[in-house]
Design a protein around this ligand. Structure first.
Ligand code: NAP
Length: 260
C-alpha cells in the first residue's frame, strides 16, 4: 500500500541547512515533494550560495539569514515568515553546535562557556523558535527537531552535546504541554549517525558510523531519506495524536547491545 501525503497549501520553515547532506535538507526534500511551500533560514552569509543553489529548482522557496541565538535576527525571520505565508504549519529545527574543545577531552572538564554555548545553540533555540513562531501557529501545526541517542547513553566524546540533546528532548515535552490544548504538536526525531558537516566535527565520528552500521538491527545505518520520511509523518496529518515524543529512526541501533 502506498500512502501519499499532500501538503499543497501548507507552509514550512526549515532552520539549519548547510548543504545537500544536511538532515534539514533531507526533510525539506520530502516537504517540497509533497507540495509544501518552504522557507529556509541559515546562520551565516557563508551558507547563502549553497542554499541558493539547493533551492533554485523549487518554486516559492525563499531563504533568510538568521543566527538562531540572535534575538533580532529571529524576530526578523519570523516577521518574514508572516509576510511570505501569513501562518505556519510546519517548523523544522535542525540546529546544533558545541565547541570542539568540549568534545575532545573529558566531560568532567566542560567549561561553563562551552556548556552555555552547546545548550543555548542546540536546545534553547528550539524554545526560542517555538515562541517566535507561536502567533503564526494554529491547531494542527507541527514542530520537530533532531536529537541523538547520546542523550540517553554515554557516547564517547559526545560529552556536553549529550546533555544538550537531553535538554532538547525534555524541552520537547514541556513545549508539547504548553501547546497541547491548541493541538499544536512538538516532537523530536532521534537519528542514527549520518555523514553531515556537524557529525564530521565530532571526534572519532568515522568509527562511530562504522560501528553503528555493524551493530544496528538492520546491519546498516539509517539514511537521511528515512529521517525525511519520519519527519513527513510527524509534520503532516499522519502524525495527529503524537506529541512530546522522541522518535527513533536509527535502523534499530539503539535497541541493540553489541552484536555477536
Ligand atoms: P549540518 O548539516 O551541519 O546542520 C547543522 C546546522 O546547524 C548547520 O546549518 C549550522 O550552520 C546550523 N547552526 C549551528 N549553529 C547555528 C545557529 N546559532 N543559528 C542557526 N543555525 C545554526 O548537520 P546535521 O547533522 O544535518 O545536523 C542537523 C541536526 O541533526 C542537529 O541537531 C544534529 O545534532 C542532529 N543529528 C545529527 C546526526 C548525525 O549523525 N548527523 C544524528 C542525530 C541528530 P553552520 O554550518 O553555519 O554552523
Amino acid at each position: 500500500m502506498s500512502v501519499s501525503v499532500d501538503l499543497s497549501g501548507k507552509t514550512a520553515l526549515v532552520m539549519g541547512v548547510a548543504n545537500s547532506r544536511s538532515l534539514g535538507w533531507a526533510i525539506a526534500e520530502q516537504l517540497l515533494k509533497a507540495g509544501a511551500k518552504v522557507g529556509f533560514s541559515y546562520q551565516g552569509e557563508r551558507l547563502r550560495g549553497e542554499l541558493e543553489k539547493l533551492t533554485a529548482g523549487y518554486e516559492g522557496t525563499w531563504i533568510q539569514q538568521a543566527d538562531a541565538t540572535n534575538e533580532e535576527e529571529m524576530t526578523a525571520l519570523f516577521a518574514r515568515v508572516g509576510q511570505e505565508f501569513g501562518q505556519l504549519d510546519m517548523l523544522v529545527h535542525s540546529i546544533a553546535f558545541a565547541p570542539r574543545t568540549a568534545m575532545e577531552g573529558r566531560f568532567l572538564d566542560t567549561t561553563p562557556e562551552d556548556w552555555n554555548t552547546a545548550l543555548t545553540v542546540s536546545a534553547y533555540t528550539l524554545v526560542s523558535a517555538a515562541r517566535h513562531a507561536e502567533p503564526l501557529l494554529s491547531p494542527g501545526s507541527s514542530i520537530i527537531s533532531l536529537t541523538y541517542h547520546a542523550s540517553q547513553q554515554v557516547v564517547p566524546k559526545y560529552n556536553v552535546m549529550g546533555v544538550a540533546k537531553a535538554a532538547l528532548e525534555a524541552a520537547t515535552r514541556y513545549l508539547a504541554a504548553d501547546f497541547g490544548e491548541r493541538e499544536i504538536r512538538v516532537n523530536t526525531i532521534s537519528a542514527g549517525p549520518m555523514r553531515t558537516i556537524a557529525a564530521r566535527s565530532i571526534p572519532g565520528f568515522g568509527g562511530l558510523y562504522d560501528k553503528g552500521a555493524r551493530n544496528a538491527a538492520f546491519g546498516r545505518n539509517a539514511t537521511p531519506e528515512e529521517v525525511g520520511k519520519l519527519a513527513l509523518f510527524l509534520l503532516s496529518d499522519l502524525g495527529t495524536g503524537v506529541t512530546g515524543q522522541t522518535m527513533y529512526v536509527d535502523a534499530g541501533l539503539s535497541i541493540m547491545t553489541v552484536k555477536e
